[in-house]
Design a protein around this ligand. Structure first.
Ligand SMILES: Nc1ncnc2c1ncn2[C@@H]1O[C@H](COP(=O)(O)OP(=O)(O)O)[C@@H](O)[C@H]1O
Ligand SMILES: [Mg+2]
Length: 315
């Protein structure tokens, strides 16, 4: 396939459920063989976008293409290029894990469905239960099986709706490895997640969906660059010390006051201002338990972006 064609291209996409307008003009481009993560609060419309891209739901207006095929006019071609794991497990309870994979293999006319099923069971650490009916599986096992099903055959684009929800930390890490290796083998992965560390670790590109539009997109680092720099975090012994510090630092912008006697202070990022702050507190005998320059996370960026749009004052 021509690698200059984006794997996914979305232009001015809109969708309402009755009078409720969920997507109000979404634009996205995802290059081939990359991992893209769509972020947004609960109810932002992530699953709605995913369903439209997977041809399960028609958009009201705008366009979406998968490997240059239009999701409405060329739904058949789109379906042959994608596979989807929904937010809720879609496995057949009565069949064994392996049989679930074989069923998908048959639908996709795979000649080596049994070999692929065995490999995926191994990869997803389900070999021991491969011949047990799914009704005996734990939630995490079902989830893993569900995602294994999306990996039967070779789809250029895989959609994963909250792939690691309900997985324990060990299986979550294993899932990250599998997703990474799929992308390095040339598959494009489009995932939604509510875990920002997941997006930060996995995704080449992230986009934030808020109130029906994409309010920011780029690499995780680019999004973090939108945050103010030079925040210093100070931790105090107790609330009175914290309050004294707030009073002394009234010339500075401070935030996150409430949580755990901690204070974030905005500085110019230079050593002098950092030293000034510590001196000021020391001179007045305010006891500081810990201090450090704050490393921004994608979560900070996300909360800031959303907070700004809602007129909040998160840092
Ligand atoms: N079939 C539907 N009918 C009516 N409202 C819906 C339907 N599906 C989703 N919604 C509403 O649309 C909004 C976006 O839902 P969804 O796409 O599932 O968000 P997300 O996946 O980001 O949590 C929510 O407010 C949800 O309640
Ligand atoms: Mg959802």
């Amino acid at each position: 396939m021509n690698t200059t064609i984006p794997a996914i291209k979305v232009r001015n996409l809109t969708k309402s459920y009755k009078e409720k307008s969920v997507l109000k003009g979404v634009n996205l481009t995802v290059p081939q063989a990359s991992i893209f993560s769509l972020l947004g609060s609960n109810g932002a419309g992530k699953t709605t976008i995913l369903k439209i891209l997977a041809t399960l739901l028609r958009p009201d207006s705008g366009s979406a293409e998968i490997c240059s095929f239009d999701v409405v006019r060329q739904a058949g071609q789109v379906r042959s290029h994608i596979s989807l794991t929904g937010q809720f497990a879609a496995v057949d309870e009565l069949l064994t894990g392996k049989e679930n994979l074989w069923t998908i293999g048959e639908l996709r006319h795979l000649l080596d469905k049994k070999e692929q099923a065995d490999e995926l069971m191994e990869l997803f650490r389900l070999t021991d239960v491969a011949d047990h009916p799914v009704s005996t599986y734990s939630g995490g096992m079902r989830r893993r099986l569900d995602i294994a099903m999306s990996m039967m055959g070779i789809s250029p684009v895989i959609f994963l709706d909250e792939p690691t929800s309900g997985l324990d930390p060990q299986n979550r890490l294993a899932m990250w490895d599998i997703i990474k290796s799929k992308a390095s083998a040339g598959t494009t992965i489009f995932l939604t997640t509510q875990y920002l560390d997941e997006a930060e670790y996995l995704a080449d590109h992230v986009a934030v969906l808020h109130e029906g539009v994409i309010i920011a997109d780029g690499t995780a680092d680019e999004l973090k660059d939108l945050l103010p720099r030079g925040i210093v975090q100070l931790q105090f012994k107790n609330k009175p010390e914290l309050e004294k510090a707030i009073e002394l630092l009234r010339e500075y912008k401070v935030f996150n006051v409430e949580c755990e006697c901690r204070l974030d202070v905005q500085t110019d990022g230079g050593a002098k201002q950092f030293a000034d702050i510590l001196n000021l507190l020391n001179q007045k005998n305010v006891e500081i338990l810990k201090f450090c320059p704050k490393q921004s996370t994608l979560e900070d960026a996300f909360l800031t972006l959303i907070g700004e749009k809602e007129g909040g004052h998160n840092p």
